[in-house]
Write a protein that binds this ligand. Structure first.
Ligand SMILES: *Cc1c(COP(=O)(O)O)cnc(C)c1O
Length: 449
């Protein structure tokens, strides 16, 4: 079943690449469309259904569950609206992300605000809207004390804990180390007692939050953080003599396989790891919130770039393309942690075949390290060919990096009809040169004279 889904997704991708060329979204002899980004709408829906299905299968019917998509993974309004249509909400961590969720029509009761540096104004707005808020630290809790006392709110409020269960393989993404910047530490001296007291003193604290998984963190380690969360909730509720904590927000953080089309680990496997580590999570005694990002979107995004030139330098073939650091920032700056596949196609959008040759796949930015792949074995690329970069639907082209004033490329969603016809729908237009100039202070030309 999973293998068939994988094959279908790969078949849809090949159809979409060819159609993108035929319909003029990319390529063109005049060089006008060197770069485009695509999203597989059916794939996104399938991931959303896999997520909701995996938890629904494990929970007693009627258990309240909110799957809030982590907006930072793919901050595009049409994507949020698509996920909302599939029953998901939004996890936001900035006023900009909240604005996107609202623009997508996501209801306040389906929205969760997490951020380590919320301003008083952000907190006030969230409480006025009734959005769920997870406080990061004791100082934020003091701000909330004042706000809750000054005006009634429907917002469910919780505290984010750092379970200090240890790092994964990528340091910059490990949120549960002893000294991580996120949340209130659980294992520091006196911390647990302080947390229990904080809840007993504040009857309006009804949630607990952890987000300890991420790329490089195995599901079993993330599940340990959730076990700590559940144990703390039980301790608070026992001390309170009532079920004060009624909802556990277990964060996101399911890693993604960047090595092949296989979607592993699956949500069902993560649910199994959670059941193993903390069976009581599925008793129905607590409502659940999840905050997955990467695992919902990464596999369904594709960058498609024309090869502009090729050359051989020091014996190494190099393909110069338009896809580089602006679209795959993490891959370029930390290639060992964030490898991406490169799929070669010819100028007509058919898969390119030929004997593999070690080539560098270079981007357009003006620094030597702007490479999506080094010494990658691929059929020898020629000018006019295309490279596709799969698995870029999260934290890649949706997290544009403005180096060299390179424009944000257009994003098109695609669907494939039963007869194999590919239909594209623009989800974000390409950034125009006028917009680039305006963002760069173009309205203030003489300001420094
Ligand atoms: C980034 C983030 C997420 C999403 O993480 P993924 O690894 O993309 O699933 C969820 N919750 C919080 C608090 C985050 O910061």
């Amino acid at each position: 079943m999973a293998d068939m889904d994988t094959e279908r997704a790969a078949a849809r991708r090949d159809l979409a690449v060819r159609a993108a060329v035929e319909q003029g979204l990319v390529g063109g002899a005049d060089g006008s469309e060197p770069l485009v980004c695509l999203l597989d709408v059916a794939g996104i829906r399938a991931s959303a259904a896999a997520l909701t299905g995996a938890f629904a299968a494990a929970l007693p019917p009627g258990t309240p569950v909110l799957h809030a998509f982590a907006v930072k993974a793919a901050p595009l309004v049409p994507v949020l609206a698509l996920l909302a249509d599939a029953g998901l909400g939004c996890e936001v961590a900035s006023p900009g992300e909240l604005a996107l969720a609202r623009a997508a029509g996501v209801a306040p009761e389906h929205t969760v605000l997490d951020s380590p540096a919320k301003t008083p104004a952000e907190l006030r707005e969230a409480l006025a809207l009734g959005i769920a808020v997870n406080a990061d630290n004791p100082q934020e809790l003091e701000r909330l004390d004042a706000l809750v006392a000054s005006a009634p709110t429907r917002s469910p409020i919780g505290v984010r804990i750092n379970p200090q269960t240890g790092a994964g393989t990528i340091g910059a993404l490990s949120t549960a180390t002893a000294t991580s910047k996120f949340g209130t530490a659980l294992r520091d001296p006196g911390a647990r007692e302080w947390l229990v007291r904080a809840y007993l003193d504040r009857p309006w604290l009804t949630r607990l939050h952890v987000h300890s998984g991420s790329q490089g963190v195995p599901p079993a380690l993330a599940a340990e953080g959730v076990r700590e969360l559940h144990a703390l909730a039980e301790e608070i509720n026992a001390a309170a003599g009532r079920r004060q904590v009624d909802t556990l927000d277990i964060g996101g953080g399911l890693p993604v396989n960047f090595g092949s089309d296989a979607e592993t680990p699956t949500y069902a496997q993560y649910v199994a790891a959670l059941r193993e580590a903390v069976p009581a999570l599925f008793s129905g005694a607590y409502g659940l919130v999840t905050e997955f990002g990467r695992s919902l979107l990464a596999k369904h995004g594709l960058v498609l770039s024309r090869v502009e030139y090729t050359k051989v330098t020091g014996g190494r073939p190099i393909a110069l393309t338009h896809a580089g650091v602006q679209l795959a920032t993490r891959t370029v700056y930390a290639p060992a942690a964030w490898p991406l596949r490169i799929l070669p196609y010819d100028a007509k959008g058919a898969p390119l075949t030929g004997a593999p040759v070690a080539q560098d796949i270079a981007g357009p930015a003006c620094f030597a390290g702007d490479l999506l792949a080094s010494a990658r074995e691929l059929p020898l690329l020629s000018p006019g060919d295309l490279i596709a970069v799969p698995d870029t639907g999260a934290y890649a082209f949706t997290a544009h990096y403005g180096y060299n004033s390179l424009p944000r490329p257009a994003v098109h969603g695609f669907t494939v009809t039963a007869s194999g016809e590919v239909r594209f729908a623009m989800a974000r237009p390409a950034q125009s040169l006028t917009e680039i100039a305006a963002e760069a202070g173009g309205g203030f030309t003489r300001a420094l004279l």
